[in-house]
Design a protein around this ligand. Sequence first.
Ligand code: PEP
Ligand code: CO
Length: 452
Amino acid sequence: MTWSVDSWKARPLAQEIHYEDTAGADAVVTKLRQLPPLVTSWEIERLKKLVAEAQAGKRFLLQGGDCAEMFADCKPDIITSKLKILLQMSLVLVHAGKIPVVRVGRLAGQYAKPRSKLTEERDGVVLPSYFGDLINRPDFTPEARRADPRAMLDAYGHAALTLNFVRSLSDGGFADLHHPEYWDLAFLSRADLPPEMREEYTQTSHRLSEALRFMEALGETTVDELTSVEFYTSHEGLNLHYESAQTRTVPRRTGHYLLTTHLPWIGERTRAVDGAHVEFFRGIENVVGVKIGSNVDPADALNLLEFLNPNNEAGKLVLITRMGAAHVQRALPPLVDRIHRAKRKVLWVCDPMHGNTIPTANGLKTRSFDDILFEIEQTFAIHHDSGSFLGGVHFELTGEDVTECVGGGLTEEDLDRNYASVCDPRLNYRQALEMAFRVGHWLGRAKPSLRF
Ligand code: PEP
Ligand code: CO
């Protein structure tokens, strides 16, 4: 079967986005095809090389950010907080794991959300669910919930603004490992951060800076690579109208590149092997993520990986398992075993968030810090027992002081205080930093053979 940028249109489309205004949608897609790309093929190929190295145990991947980014949050302080917490977490992981970390934000384009329920009912009124700012708006009115093609141009614009700011910060030295003090969030000095955690973080960052200066004094050539912090973007490739409009060939390379993001992923609800999303993603050159939940049949997963990466190219696939604390011990071992025995090249990443969402008594969605920890700990152990290894973690988090997940300093009664997510509950700053210390501890013990 030949692939084309539009061949997905002949396949069943899960989570279908229906634009009533077809002429408007066509006009937006035409415009998006002409606009410059948000990322380049060089960056994508560089990330593929880093992911290939992570698959060989030489790097660890940290992926994180909002469940759903919102246009209204495209503000400098919110973007810098997110960048800072990811940088701080990565520093903790580098230090504890003695391994370079690849940083990937759920950022600059995470605007489309799959929904378990396609419609929402309130007081007898049924409207389409909110599918993220790329598609419609959260207000419960027919106008807001109608899929609006112009939102694709708005999403492109907000992604470009975010990316421009992130790139400027990174190039301007903000993300230089010599200056971790730039990344301190205001919360680091706040009273409710346990003093031991503050101390541990401060010590970690000092030790790391000192180690770098020492290596530089020795004339180590790897220092430059270690200190200039690269930052990659990722989002769920849910809206294929949008993604395919920015997919093109580039001079002097073969194949098609999806240029809205470095690392698009296929969600748990759209990974059917004969479906439109898998058809689209099998044809692009990017590193592609696939989310896998506890209902997976390992044989189907293997089939999916072969379809997406028939040549078993290194660096191509990131397999993000999201089993849930209650299912991980049952569902993960046979999957790891099957894929590992088949010698498929994948980077195993644990998303301990999406299998652990529970409702509170007042109808909020939350996640327990302990469940999240348990799933990661088990995932490390299961890989170890199968002769495989965990190569990364994927979190929904924010640098803000939100109250969405319980544990790590918060109880269910605290959730009302600052529950800001329009979608899934995120780790707040303190919870995210604590998570990094815990993961760092396991990572340091896991040590695949090839660490530096
Ligand atoms: C997500 O990452 O926000 C998401 C919806 O994940 P999943 O497809 O794993 O449910
Ligand atoms: Co989510």
